[in-house]
Design a protein around this ligand. Sequence first.
Ligand SMILES: *Cc1c(COP(=O)(O)O)cnc(C)c1O
Length: 393
Amino acid sequence: MKDIDWNNYSLETQAIRVGHRRTHEDEHSIPIFATSSYVFKSAEEAALRFSGQKPGNIYSRFNNPTVTAFQDRLALMEKGERCLAFSSGMAAIMAVGMGLLKAGDHVVCSRGVFGNTVLMFQNYFGKFGVETDFVDLIDTAAWEAAIKPNTRFLFLETPSNPLTEIADISVLADIAHKHGCLLIVDNCFCTPVLQKPLELGADIVVHSATKYIDGQGRCVGGAVVANEEIIEKHIYPYLRTGGSTMSPFNAWVFLSGLETLAVRMKAHCENAFELALWLEQQPGVAKVHYPGLPSHAQHELAKRQQNYFGGIVSFELTGGKEHAWKLIDATEMLSITANLGDVKTTITHPATTTHGRLTPEVRAAAGIKDGLVRVSVGLENIDDIKKDISRGL
Ligand SMILES: *Cc1c(COP(=O)(O)O)cnc(C)c1O
């Protein structure tokens, strides 16, 4: 294969072409390397590879050609120097914490992040002496005020789930760097097709590949993307020892997921935009949360920061929980599940599922009303999606 500098190519092309090191079999599609270990030509070569003096595969806990192909491809798409794949999105977040934090450190995290991310920081890193403060995603002053001398990093998701609030990544990156902290962005909702946090100044991107990167609800996986120094010094040693490795089969599924990611994301966004506009016109709908709507509080920022507005729409019904449950139960085709990023449209009631364990006061403070419904808009025909939602309106 020719030695191509893929940095000169656009994201759509990188997503299809990067990562394959063709073998002597001349295969066109990337093979699944189902092997746990690799053989060395001599005892000396084994010693050189183990000591890192000679590059090459050793053991599939920390190197496998199929997984490496996925990592190389996603790194380039996110405009990062290096990517490491993990067994799940949570394993990727765990790796960032295990790699970067020590007892006595402090973390600032946005309040609306994925539920298990909150539990990870509070219960698990908390157990080992790391303190985490949670702040409002869009309150820039609160982020800065929460930073302490021992703060190691700021962690956020944008857009937030389920209200689609948007944080200004470059502003928060400047604040983090001014105080000697790192900025970590969970880019699961946008993927590099919609936004590239590293280009905006973030230091680390984490992914749940389970969502849009797979896109068809088959595999669980995750990734960390950052510069060479962060990966080599902090994340790779943890992966090698901690062993939360992505399997070659899952990497192979995610590789083909990446190949269609740009096309799918644009289609998700088009369907979501049309659904949001339509919902705004419907009786019984008090408010629609979608960054593409001029009524969205961070619409201008969304236009600046993202290429498209995303595939998640949430809306509030005037009839509260009763109407929300009725609308969900009246659907015929939509999947009632909290999962997202699938070609299949999913619908969920955050107040009694993803946010059900919060107290009513905390939930109210987070803006999760009882009448709120979240839709992860899939790629079915938009008229069929509207028809299914209109049954319970
Ligand atoms: C699902 C999700 C995660 C966790 O990923 P898993 O692959 O399920 O472990 C993390 N962050 C966000 C934003 C998610 O939606």
